[in-house]
Design a protein around this ligand. Sequence first.
Ligand SMILES: [Zn+2]
Length: 485
Amino acid sequence: MLELIKKNIERIKSKGATYVDTRWYPYEETNSLTMWNGNLKNNEFSRESGVGIRVLYKGAWGFSASSDLTDLEAIYNKAFDNAKVAAKRVTFPVRLAEKDAIIATFDSPNKINPFEVPLADKVAFMKDVDEMLNQPGIAQRIASLQFVRKQIILIDSEGTEIEKNITEVFSNLQILGTDEDGETHTRQYTLGREGMETRGWESIRKELFAENAERITREMSEIIVAEKCPKEDRSVIILPDMMFLQTHETIGHPLELDRILGYELAFAGGSFVTLEDFGSLQYGSKKLNARADGTLNNTPGSYGYDDDGVECQNNMLIENGVLVGAITGRQMVEEANIRAGRQIFKESGGANRASSFYKVPIERMTNINIDPGNDGSFDDIVASTEKGMVVSGAKSWSIGSNREQFHFATEVGWMVEDGEVKGMVRNPTYKGDTLKFWNSLSAVGDESTWKVAYTDNCGKGQPNQIMQLGHGVPVCRFDDVRIGE
Ligand SMILES: [Zn+2]
């Protein structure tokens, strides 16, 4: 197969293509299970395989994909024909930033292959967890497990030969409760890195789930009897299980370079960030250091090499509050530099990824992280807060299409008065203007508050691509934030 791929790449190249690549997925399998109130609701399996081929001809892309590999030559011809048609209408010829030709293998860290674990063991685990969630006042209980396993082989006309073997495990617990007004509330626990160095079946640890099941059921019993969230301006102290979403929506998405260049306007939206902003925009306060780190161990945002064959990197996005970088791939960095008339980006940031063999790679988040700061532990931050609200758990979100404003509802809010955590409030919300909000960042928790959250459902692109990634974030405090509306 590899020889056939290389032969076809050479053949299309000899016809005048400037670049040809092939992503061959020998297999990609998924298994997802949901238990609802103690009953196994579904146990779904999928398995697919195939090739996706990109051809660059006279500055235009052509793409073709198929799971039927009996006539490989025809798939290459189709991609080449598509590029030839597109070349007639090209307005801004595609150029690819320089890269090294890499021959390498990447294996995501895991010990026990979840696809070899008997179904009975998976169901027994979920049943145990469900029993822990089955407490007085809990109206609905939902537990889910999701496993992904895939092999991707990338070959291109510049000498790249990369093999990736990736295993992912995701899990979520959710409970629903009803308050005296008949309104429903949710509380969730989503499995993150949790100090684990590997992510096979071994990351589904009973003690960890027991601890969190106990916590969320206890919190739910407080949520349903809590006072309503007041409408006023306060500091908000955001825990990592909400901070990851704040970072995702108002740093991650606005800093995708294709979005900045207007390529996602029709569907995902644009960005308030412009090319002139790099190197000067005060995105946040001096306490803000954000990075795209594709090298962090054991998260879905670290995948070795992107679909352009560029190695994952650890790049600063925002340094001491100033915007310095973006989430980039080979094509967009060239276009951005040309359009800006200066070299903003030295090279690709290795963030071009497709969600399957039959989709084209686009710029996707790696691990979009906030560095730990010098403001101590969670308790230290609370102690130095006069009037605040601690928020946890993403409940709903609404974000301006250029990411300039946002409104979040969280599952839990605890009032802070004079340096102490007081009671819980019902339906906590907060909102803000992205730049004003990040510039009001007044405390960043230390390493003890820093956690890596996994995201398995980031949507972008047309047709839509669902991508998996991570966010390493500390506890953060922002001042003068509007809450409760
Ligand atoms: Zn997203």
